[in-house]
Write a protein that binds this ligand. Structure first.
Ligand code: OFO
Length: 178
């Protein structure tokens, strides 16, 4: 049985993860327009991951016999003034999400909801990666911002990201027990 507060905030977290999906998808479209298909590819993999994150919370709530309430997903930024801005936004967004996961962890402890701890521990670790990756790309791009060769080199590197988890809508991708 889930406490009311953790249930409410986990439902909100589904929305935040779907907003992350939406933000990254918007960036995919932007970078294709800039002819930077490697950056678009990296962000497309990221968008897939965000859908999986949303489904992890979705599935956890259902497994706990509680109600999933899907909330409105906000329309966020759809264009940027330069190539660096989306990556800076991605880094800031991931810090925002880390704050949300920290808060969920705090609430779960207040409500003695130990059953949510493995899921939240997974997300705490995931957020280290999310901040590390987006922050690193933003810093590297800032270094080469005025060099077309440098930008193309980074674009080629980002094109090599592998996404091996399968379809985000396949339950076995986000729930090994399914
Ligand atoms: Fe779901 O981690 Fe990024 O936003």
């Amino acid at each position: 049985m889930m406490g009311e507060k953790i249930k409410k905030h986990m439902n909100e977290q589904i929305k935040y993860e779907l907003e992350s999906f939406y933000i990254y998808l918007s960036m995919v479209a932007y970078f294709h327009l800039q002819n930077l298909d490697g950056m678009a590819h990296w962000l497309r993999c990221q968008a897939h991951e965000e859908m999986i994150h949303a489904m992890k919370f979705f599935d956890h709530i259902i497994d706990r016999d509680a109600t999933v309430t899907l909330l409105d997903v906000k329309q966020l930024k759809t264009t940027w003034n330069n190539l660096l801005e989306p990556w800076q936004d991605a880094y800031e967004h991931e810090k925002f999400i880390t704050g949300k996961i920290n808060y969920l962890t705090k609430i779960s402890r207040e409500e003695n909801d130990y059953t949510s701890e493995p899921l939240l521990a997974w997300f705490l670790n995931e957020q280290i990666e999310e901040e590390k990756n987006t922050g690193k790309i933003a810093r590297e791009l800032a270094m080469v911002e005025s060099s077309p060769e440098g930008i193309l080199l980074l674009d080629r590197e980002l094109a090599t990201r592998l996404f091996t988890a399968g379809s985000p809508l396949d339950p076995s991708v986000y729930n090994p027990a399914a």
